[in-house]
Structures are given as C-alpha cells and as structure tokens.
Write a protein that binds this ligand. Structure first.
Ligand code: OSB
Ligand code: MG
Length: 389
C-alpha cells in the first residue's frame, strides 16, 4: 500500500476523576489522533504526548507541529514501501508489515519526537493490518487472549479519598495497584494501602522522577511493604542514581521515562539501573520498537509490563495486544475505559468476569480491532482537523 494522506485530529476527553502525579494534575485528556489514509484503506493511531511537556519533553502541540512540518511530508513524498526503504533486517515480527516497518527509517532524519513518530507508525500499522485482515495481537505474536490489568492511582487530596478509590478498584477486580508518589506523599499512603490490600496484594509505586539521590534512604525504607517495584524515582537521564538505589534496596527498580528504545533498555539493565521495564510503545517511537524492547528484555530474563498514558480506545487496543506477548509477566496499566472516561472514541474496554475478572480481552479483529466513532472525534475536537496530502 501507499500513504495518500495523514490527518491530525485533536480532541479533549473529560476524565472521570482528576489524575494527579508528581508533575501535575489533569482533568481532561487532550489527545492527538492520527488517521492515515492509504490506497488500501485507513488506519488510526494515538499520540501519547500530554498537553504539557512535563512527563516528557514532547507535548501535543509540539507533536502536531513536527508531524505537520517534517514527518508527514517525508512520508507523503516517499516512494512506496519496499522501494527506497527496505524492511530492517533481523526483525522477525515486522515481516509482513513492510509499510509500517518503513516508517521509522523514513523518519529517522528527525531527532527525537518519538511520540509523534509512534503515532504515525501506529496508524500505518492499523491500516496495513486491516488491509491484510490480520489483528495486532497476531502480528505482534500474542500468546494469550486475555491480559492482566492493574490500575494507576493518582495522588489524592486525602488519605481517606485514596483508600476509597483503591477499594473501588479492588472491588472491580484490578489485579495490581500502582500508587503515584512524590516527596511528602509516599510512606504514609503506601503503608495505608498495603494494610488495606493485605500482604499478598500486588502493589507498586511510580514517582515520575520526583526524587533525588538524597532520598535513597527514604525509598529504601519502602522495602518492608513488599512492593513489586519502584518506578522512575529519579531524572530520565540519571541511570547512575537508579543503579545506586537498586544496590541499596530490596525492591526492584523499574524505569519508565529513561527507556527510549531497545538500546537504552539493554544499557540500563547492564548498568544495574533497572531490573523490570515499563514498555510504553508511544514513548519508544512505536509498536515495532516496543517489540524489540520486549525481545531484548526477554533475552536478558528481565520482566516487562505495559505502561499507559491514559489512552483512548485507539491506543488502548494496541497496548492490550502488545501486553499479550510472553515477556509481559506483570499486570499492565491497561485499565478498563471506565477508569478514565465515561465515553470513549471506540467501543469501551470492559473488565472480564469470573476467571477473567481483572483482565481485558485482546481484540481479535483486523488492525486494532476497534472502530473509531467519528462523530465523537468531531464533537470533541479541540482544534480544526489538519489534512496533509
Ligand atoms: O508514568 O506511567 C506513568 C499517565 C500519564 C503519564 C505518565 C504515566 C501515567 C500513568 C497512567 O501512570 C497509566 C494509565 O494509562 O493508566
Ligand atoms: Mg511511569
């Protein structure tokens, strides 16, 4: 197939409750959706950048701009896949998606902007797989039909509200709780939630870079709470302090922001800075690089889990497919749509019941396997659609 047009659609979707992290508080998800039109049909992708450059240097306005000015023109001017851009060698699972595999090499001339690149690649992958009648799970190498789901719980105004929120999620069936922490909101909420869950409940924390090396003793004092992992306590660039913490505490250290691609994942593992990896495809430039990170971690026996960025159903569908790979041995931040949104731009993801309580089913239809409700994309638009052709 050939890419004929790339459309940028910005939407605002209200969150069912504010989501507060060490870097800010959001009440609305400002999402950037990308629709790719090919001669073999359309595909949708979701950019994981936030409204502001706080979690990452990328943000929605910057991603839209770099796509409009650099990325889309490069793809629209490129010859059909297979001609100029051969499929990268040695990448077993990209076989069969030559157009999607041609995207990253064609965009490599732009430095960084992985979230923007990843959104385009996801849309191309969706279009290409739909044209082939193959699901993302099948293309990625899924080994299960249902994935274990955790939930990421924001910083609360009070301990009481936190415990109410966590209680609700446990009643819904979530298999793991992740607490957002920051200096001043760490030991006390962790102790309270551990008490609520009992010793066997799966519990982990995410600091989103809010701590410094001076906090190593404090973070090590979380050890008695039996956490699954501590996610990204220090700055994105600072592998050394993560390695210091790892040698000073029992709780596994897990990197999120620092993992830019398979090479940085392997480097961080070899340096002892991470012993578990949060895989967020959007942060790594797309699902094909996420597969490489998965494979590299698996080869090193490092467990991975699927992160999330408050995705709408478009990004969620692809994340759930990815989380069905064998190396994803911990529950992901792949929560049901209702944890975020009263209404979604696709059919909602709903937790299973019975033996599938706390799980989401991997979509089986072609591409992402979900349908985009275009009337909602129009209704929720926060900017004019941009069509690049
Ligand atoms: O650090 O994992 C993170 C959301 C936005 C930005 C960063 C993060 C998060 C989450 C939410 O933790 C995960 C989810 O989508 O449920
Ligand atoms: Mg994180």
């Amino acid at each position: 197939p050939r890419i004929e047009a790339i459309e940028l659609r910005r939407i605002e979707v209200p969150l069912v409750r504010p989501f507060e992290t060490s870097f800010g508080r959001e009440t609305v998800r400002e999402a950037l959706l990308v629709r790719v039109r090919t001669d073999a049909g359309d595909g949708w992708g979701e950019c994981v950048a936030g409204r502001d450059p706080f979690y990452s240097s990328e943000y929605v306005g910057g991603a839209a701009s770099v796509i409009e000015r650099y990325l889309a023109p490069a793809l629209l001017d490129a010859p059909a896949a297979g001609a100029a851009h051969a499929e990268p060698a040695g990448d077993a699972r990209a076989v069969g998606v030559p157009l999607a595999a041609s995207v990253a090499p064609a965009l490599a001339f732009v430095s960084g902007h992985r979230m923007a690149k990843g959104a385009i690649e996801a849309a191309v992958l969706d279009a290409e797989l739909r044209a082939q009648g193959r699901s993302m799970g099948e293309a990625f190498g899924a080994v299960r039909d249902w994935v274990d789901c955790g939930v990421s719980v924001g910083i609360s105004p009070t301990l009481e509200e936190l415990l109410d929120e966590v209680t609700g999620y446990l009643e819904e069936g979530y298999r793991r709780i992740k607490l957002k922490i920051k200096p001043g909101w760490d030991l006390v909420p962790v102790a309270a939630v551990r008490e609520l869950m009992g010793p066997g409940g799966l519990l982990q924390v995410d600091a989103n870079t809010a701590y410094t090396a001076d906090d190593i003793p404090l973070l090590a004092s979380l050890d008695p709470f039996g956490l699954l992992l501590i996610e990204q306590p220090f700055a994105e660039e600072d592998l050394a302090t993560h390695a210091l913490l790892a040698s000073a505490c029992e709780t596994p250290v897990c990197l999120d922001e620092s993992i830019l691609d398979a090479a940085t994942a392997v480097d961080a593992i070899e340096r002892g800075a991470t012993s578990v990896v949060n895989i967020k495809p959007g942060r790594m430039g797309g699902y094909l690089e996420a597969l490489r990170v998965h494979d590299a971690c698996r080869a090193l026996d490092v467990p991975v889990w699927c992160g999330g960025m408050l995705e709408t159903g478009i990004g969620r569908a692809a994340n759930v497919a990815l989380a069905a790979l064998p190396g994803f041995v911990l529950p992901g931040d792949t929560s049901a749509s209702s944890r975020y949104y009263a209404d979604d731009v696709t059919e909602p993801f709903v937790l299973g019941t019975g033996e599938h309580s706390g799980q989401l089913r991997v979509p089986g239809g072609p591409g992402t396997g979900v349908a985009v409700r275009e009337e909602l994309v129009r209704e929720w638009a926060s900017a004019e659609a941009v069509v690049l052709a």
